[in-house]
Design a protein around this ligand. Structure first.
Ligand SMILES: Cc1ncc(COP(=O)(O)O)c(C=O)c1O
Length: 386
C-alpha cells in the first residue's frame, strides 16, 4: 500500500501524444531561438547542470544531476526567465500593434519605441521570486512596476524587489489574497498584470512566463546529452515550473522519464487535484517555509500538461527541508556545493523521502541505473542560515 504522501496519476496513458492541448500551454517551437535572443541580455548565461555522484550512491540511484538555477542571471532563481520575458513580450506586442514591425530585446531596452513602451505600468502578485523577476524586467526596460506581496513574504525578498525599483504593496493575507488585490487595483488603474498563474479569461502572460521557464529545460537536455534522465523530481507551487519542465521534456525526449511533482504538505493543491481529477484547493493553509511553493490553488492552464502527464504526486514535510538544504550546501565527498533556498531544495527533499523508504523506492522503479534530474529553483537568499 502507498503511504498517504504519495499518489499515482490515474490519467496517464503510455501512448498519449504531446498534442494541441499541450502545445497551447507549452510550445517547444522557438525555444532554441529564445535562448539565442537571451544572449543580448546583460548578465545572462546558461546555468550549470551539476552531477552529485556521492549523493547518488548514498541514495541508491545511478546518477543525480541538479540544474542549478541559483546562478540564473545573477538573480538567484529560475523565475527571472519568466518575468523578464513576459514583460518584454507585452512591450514588443504593443510595438507590433502600433507599427506592424518586429522588435528585439536590445531595441526595447534602449527605449527605441519609448512613446509606446514607456507608459506601461506592470504589476503582479508574488510570494517573492516572481515579483522580483517582473521588477527586474520592468527595470531593464525602464517601466514602473507595482508588486503585491502576501504577509508571510520575507523582508529580504521585499528588499530585493525594492532594490529593483518596484513599489511594494503588502496584502494582509496569503498568496491568493495578494492575487485578488493585485487584480482589483490593476484593473482600476489600467496596469498590465504579469501573473505566473492563470484564471478564467487570463492566460497569455502565464503562458509566456512558462515559455521563459522552458529555457532551463532546453539547456538541461542539451547539457545532459545522450544520458537523458529516467526520473525528474520537480517542485510545484501553482505548477508553472512543473508544466514547463514536464511539457518540454515530454515534447522533446524520445523516451519519457517518470515525472514526480513535489509539494509542501500544507500547500498540496496539485496532490489534491490529482486525487479529484480536476483543479482543487490545497488541503492545508499553505503555511510553509517553502515560500515559492506556498500556493493554495493550481494554475488551471497547466492542467493539460501536469494533470495528464505527471506520473506521481507527493508531499514533503517541513522538517525535511533543512536536511535537503544542508545536503546541497555541505555535500558528500567530492560533490559540488550548491546554495539552495527552502523552495529550491524541495525536489531533493522529495527524492530523499522516496529513497529512504524501500517500498516507495521500488514502486517508482528507482534503482542503481536511474538517472535523476532535480532543479534547484532558487539559491540561498540569506533568509536562514544553513
Ligand atoms: C524558488 C521557487 N521554486 C519553485 C516555485 C514554483 O513555481 P510554480 O509556482 O510555477 O509552480 C517558485 C514559485 O514562486 C519559486 O519561487
Amino acid at each position: 500500500m502507498l503511504p498517504s504522501w504519495l499518489a499515482q496519476n490515474p490519467r496517464v496513458r503510455p501512448g498519449l501524444k504531446f498534442g494541441r492541448a499541450q502545445q497551447f500551454v507549452i510550445n517547444p517551437n522557438g525555444i532554441a531561438e529564445l535562448c539565442d535572443m537571451l544572449k543580448d541580455c546583460p548578465k545572462h548565461a546558461p546555468t550549470p547542470l551539476l552531477a552529485l555522484p556521492a549523493l547518488a550512491e548514498r541514495l541508491g540511484v545511478g546518477e543525480i544531476r541538479v540544474k542549478d538555477e541559483s546562478q540564473r542571471f545573477g538573480f538567484g532563481a529560475f523565475k527571472a526567465l519568466g518575468g523578464v520575458l513576459a514583460v518584454y513580450n507585452a512591450l514588443s506586442s504593443a510595438v507590433g500593434n502600433a507599427y506592424h514591425i518586429g522588435t528585439n530585446f536590445a531595441d526595447v531596452m534602449n527605449g527605441l519605441h519609448g512613446e509606446v513602451t514607456a507608459p506601461f505600468v506592470f504589476s503582479t502578485a508574488s510570494s517573492g521570486n516572481h515579483g522580483r523577476a517582473v521588477a527586474a524586467g520592468a527595470k531593464l526596460f525602464g517601466n514602473r512596476c507595482v508588486i503585491f506581496l502576501p504577509k508571510f513574504t520575507s523582508a529580504e525578498k521585499e528588499a530585493a524587489i525594492g532594490a529593483r525599483g518596484a513599489e511594494v504593496v503588502r496584502v494582509d493575507g496569503d498568496y491568493d489574497a495578494a492575487v485578488a488585490e493585485c487584480k482589483r487595483v490593476s484593473r482600476e488603474n489600467g496596469w498590465e498584470i504579469i501573473s505566473d498563474t492563470s484564471w478564467e479569461g487570463y492566460d497569455k502572460a502565464p503562458r509566456i512566463v512558462m515559455r521563459g521557464y522552458c529555457v532551463l529545460a532546453h539547456e538541461a537536455i542539451a547539457q545532459q546529452g545522450r544520458q537523458a534522465p529516467t526520473h525528474v523530481f520537480v517542485q510545484a507551487g501553482v505548477g508553472g515550473l512543473a508544466a514547463a519542465v514536464i511539457g518540454y521534456l515530454w515534447a522533446m525526449l524520445p523516451t519519457r522519464p517518470t515525472f514526480v511533482v513535489v509539494e509542501p504538505e500544507s500547500a498540496d493543491c496539485w496532490f489534491q487535484s490529482n486525487l479529484a481529477g480536476k483543479p482543487m484547493p490545497a488541503s492545508g493553509n499553505a503555511d510553509t517555509v517553502m515560500g515559492g511553493l506556498a500556493c493554495r490553488e493550481i494554475s488551471p492552464i497547466t492542467w493539460d500538461v501536469i494533470g495528464q502527464r505527471a506520473d506521481w504526486f507527493m508531499t514533503i514535510e517541513e522538517d525535511q527541508v533543512m536536511p535537503a538544504r544542508r545536503l546541497l550546501a555541505h555535500p558528500l565527498d567530492g560533490d559540488p556545493a550548491i546554495a539552495s533556498g527552502p523552495s529550491g531544495c524541495a525536489g531533493l527533499a522529495g527524492l530523499t523521502r522516496v529513497c529512504t523508504d524501500r517500498a516507495t523506492f521500488e514502486v517508482l522503479k528507482l534503482d542503481a541505473k536511474s538517472r535523476v534530474l532535480l532543479i534547484n529553483s532558487e539559491g540561498n537568499l540569506g533568509e536562514t542560515p544553513v
